[in-house]
Design a binder for this molecule. Structure first.
Ligand code: ADE
Length: 233
């Protein structure tokens, strides 16, 4: 998969893309992330990319031309499955959306800055708008990093243990069960006996029960009616 990210502050995306799982995904050739500096597409001498709002009002707006030139340049090279704009107005990112996007070949992600981008870019190019939560960030870059991470780790072969993404929280609408590693006892705090038993069937059942319990306590909105009835009965 290839992901092109358009940004006014490309430095913000450097570290998240160059370490840990994202680094591994790119080294394995499973994911290619290319960050484009929108400023390079400005035709003005000062490399201007933002301007005052028509109609007045505080905050600068990212201009249509540099963004459009960058998008057109990329679209001439390849076809994009989606052109995504990161914005608090967008659809809230969730695991099904990450799963869906992880199956695409080419994605473009536009990061807004300042007050946002000229509406005409949204009208004429953007096919999907994504928010990472109901709060306002100072730009789309951190949201884009979250989105790319959530997608990248789902690409087959990226995680060492091929099955582990399947057992993540949310993957079956349940939160993950508690996890432990050595030592079996620390400071008098013991790992649940069942996890040391070696009985994989009982361990799987325990984990499932713990997932349901944890979800009921912390995110009851995720449980369907059947599971809620089981919990209450
Ligand atoms: N840009 C600013 N706030 C954002 C948010 N909550 N999600 C995605 N992009 C954003």
């Amino acid at each position: 998969m290839r992901i092109d990210i358009l940004s006014a502050v490309p430095e913000l995306l450097e570290s998240p893309m160059q370490h840990s799982i994202m680094k591994r995904a790119q080294e394995k050739g499973l994911l290619e992330v290319v960050v484009h500096n929108i400023r390079e597409y400005s035709l003005s001498k000062q490399k201007q990319i933002d301007d005052y709002q028509y109609g007045g009002g505080a905050g600068m707006v990212m201009m249509v031309e540099p963004l459009a030139r960058c998008i057109e340049h990329l679209k001439n090279i390849r076809t994009y499955d989606d052109i995504i704009y990161m914005t608090p107005d967008g659809k809230r990112l969730d695991q099904p959306e990450a799963n869906f996007l992880s199956m695409k070949n080419n994605l473009m992600i536009i990061c807004g800055h300042y007050k946002g981008i000229d509406e005409r870019i949204r009208e004429h190019y953007v096919t999907k708008e994504i928010s990472i939560g109901d709060y306002v960030l100072s730009g789309g870059e951190l949201g884009a990093a979250v989105l790319v991470d959530s997608i990248g780790r789902l690409i087959p072969g990226v995680l060492n243990d091929g099955t582990s993404a399947l057992f993540d929280s949310f993957q079956d609408d349940l939160l993950a069960p508690p996890i432990y590693t050595r030592p079996a006892e620390y400071n008098g705090w013991k790992v649940p006996e069942i996890l040391l038993s070696g009985n994989t069937k009982l361990i799987d059942e325990w984990r499932h029960d713990q997932s349901i319990k944890r979800t009921a306590e912390r995110r009851p909105d995720l449980l369907d009616n059947d599971e809620r009835l089981t919990m209450n009965g």
